[in-house]
Design a protein around this ligand. Sequence first.
Ligand SMILES: [Cu+2]
Length: 502
Amino acid sequence: MRRRPHASVAAGAAVAVVVAVGLAACGVSTTSVTEAEFTNELAIPPLAESAVNGGVRTFDLTAEKGATEFPGQDGPTETWGFNGSFLGPTLRAERGEKIAVDVANDLDEPTSVHWHGMHLPATMDGGPHQMVDPGQTWKPHWTIDQQAATLWYHPHPHGKTEDHVYKGLAGMVILDDDASAEADLPDEYGVDDLPLVVQDKSFDDGELELSDDGAEPGMLGDTVMVNGTIGGVQEVTSEKVRLRLLNGSTARTYAFEFPDRSMDLIAGDGGLLDEPAEVDRLRLAPGERAEVVVDFTAGETVRMRSAEVDLGGVAVPATMGGHDAFDVLEFRAAEKLKSAPEPAWSPSSHAEEDALDESEGAKTRKFVLEEREINGERMDMNRIDEVAYVGDTEVWEVRSKQPIPHSFHIHDVQFEVLSVDGETPPVEMSGRKDTIYLEPNRDYRLLMRFEDFVDPTMPYMYHCHMLLHEDEGMMGQFVVIERGQEAEVGVPAGHDGAGHEH
Ligand SMILES: [Cu+2]
């Protein structure tokens, strides 16, 4: 059952109490996560094969239905995946490469594939205006022009994103550049450089169940999996291991930590930080990524866990997953480990062109998230909400006015978090980002530049990445234009995508 949020018209402490009482009164259960048995070898998504023809690296992705055996579940479970039954292969490419993806849809319904975190033309973005009908193949192509980073891809059909991602349509993208190639960082994929897609699910009679039970963020599953493995175990053969963490969940926010050691945070959503930063715990909201390097000792067994997560000023954190604490993944270190250098790297040769300068900010826009609306509007496929000029640097001020979790994602750009309530952001928010967790009633100032890809009639999205919220309309559209193109702005009637509105 999908339930509208109730008793949350305004923000503030008084309302938080009302919401708390309201939730308690309707018997919303406290979520909790089942402790897994850590006995299953962690699945590593394969690196996607590609062919280079005429200077274009081309990948094939087919969205398809399948069946998956999950340990401890009464399967086989009906799942969806790319080129397989669940999740998809990891796409890997370098800055400067021309790439293309042939995206085929073998499902019984339209879907799309969005390249989350990618800087690319709006027509290639894979949002709700680039639907792929069953039996059809969509062929986006673009040139990689951004920092080395861990991105991901997932469907973005308006009103159906939660369902499609939840069923298993998601995969990772790894971008490389000169800085990442020369860095002192673990880089052997699947050995000491691990892609970790973390998701929570619920099973009912062996089938995936998507029911939010009235939980404000959306569905909080009681079963946590990494790369589709419940109770995963990863062998460690090196003193340092790089974890590329992706929160691929629909609603749950995690607080990753190790019980007895800190982690070196090396990258956020959009690329390497200026330098490694020691963190004890890492909060990741849906859609966010981070890369950390963790030290291991020969012969040890240790688990990464998700601790009780500080969601900021939300009402009744227990109903939003805030009190859940559980193990996520077990690491078993070999008796002898390969030595590894301390994480270090030099700036990329593109650092200067990539730099953002707040003093060049041409415009400040404000975004208020409330009641599944952004600035008082729900998503309308035929309405352009914001118009940006190519080449402009802008500041976006984003604020959630409800005591519930939201995560804010902007397509096309990698932004810098300038401040949170006027203060320097925490180290977890340093470096480039495309998605941030919004604590209620705080001001997040984001700096970004709209570098290229002028298109007055094809918008990019900005939205809440809690997928239930997105599906219910917490999304808006912006276009990037040249000065003088104002009269051309609009979504052409009857073009592909507009017909799929619900
Ligand atoms: Cu939200």
